[in-house]
Design a protein around this ligand. Structure first.
Ligand code: SAM
Length: 246
């Protein structure tokens, strides 16, 4: 039984944004370049594959990709783009689900490790990645740095987008290490806003490194984005690569 919230049919139908935002060539292109290089000649496994934002173009690049996904609604949207033989997906929890095969690359992008709301499950997720890797294979995680530096004492909310059609802010509970991401979005012109909120367990890069060590993985590289910009104290997110010793 996972602590992750289940993504609904409505959320799945709204997820893809054509060629904009997270689906823009500027985001997807460097992501696929980075992952294709790490996969090399071997197959890749995406944890929480969603609607295939990254997996479908990576497969088109020639990398065999398999997916694990909790929401059958998200997987159904992916299935409209590519058939099961070309890109197999197993419905299940990325912390525990085992699929056939051994992979040169397992990857988990777009902050999704934080959808596992307990430390135990996040550790299990690293162990599950290690279980699927060939010796020398890599596990890649893309995750935001917890936004605690933006919180003066007594304040719990951090806005990340205040625009005409969207108000987004995080509320943080530093004791429970939980973050709720709030979105108020105006779809039409009737002045009404749709409200969504998702819960996340945030973790610092150092905590992930310890999880990786528990799973027998070693840190190889940490950068600030898919273009390989160096990770610094001001980076808002990181892309971390751990490998399974050969
Ligand atoms: C932000 S989306 C990312 C989807 C895709 N990886 C992408 O980059 O577009 C998060 C996805 O994680 C899935 N998810 C959340 N918890 C999960 C879990 N425990 N096991 C597998 N998938 C999970 C959700 O159903 C959703 O499809």
């Amino acid at each position: 039984m996972t602590s992750s919230e289940l993504w609904s049919r409505e959320a799945a139908e709204r997820y893809d944004t054509e060629e904009t935002g997270m689906f823009s060539a500027a985001v997807v292109g460097p992501t696929v370049d980075f992952l294709a290089e790490l996969a090399g000649d071997g197959p890749a496994l995406e944890f929480a594959i969603g609607t295939g934002r990254v997996a479908v173009p990576l497969r088109r690049r020639g990398v065999p990709v398999t997916g694990i996904e909790l929401s059958e609604h998200m997987a159904a949207v992916l299935r409209r783009k590519v058939d099961e033989e070309t890109l197999p997906v197993t419905i299940g929890d990325m912390a525990t689900t085992v699929v056939p095969g051994a992979f040169t690359l397992v990857y988990l992008v777009y902050n999704t490790i934080s959808n596992l709301l307990t430390q135990d499950e996040q550790v299990e997720c690293f162990r599950n990645a290690a279980r699927h890797l060939l010796p020398g294979g890599r596990f890649v995680v893309e995750l935001g740095v917890p936004p605690l530096r933006f919180l003066p004492p007594g304040q719990t909310a951090v806005p990340f987008d205040v625009s005409e059609r969207h108000l987004g802010f995080d509320t943080v509970d530093p004791v429970a290490q939980l973050l709720v991401s709030h979105h108020f979005t105006r779809d039409g012109d009737d002045g009404r806003y749709r409200r969504e909120a998702s819960r996340h367990r945030y973790a610092w890069p150092a905590e992930l490194d310890l999880m990786a060590r528990l799973a027998g993985l070693e840190l190889e590289r940490r950068v600030a984005d898919w273009d390989g910009t160096p990770f610094t104290q001001d980076s808002g997110k990181h892309i971390s690569v751990w490998h399974k010793p050969a």
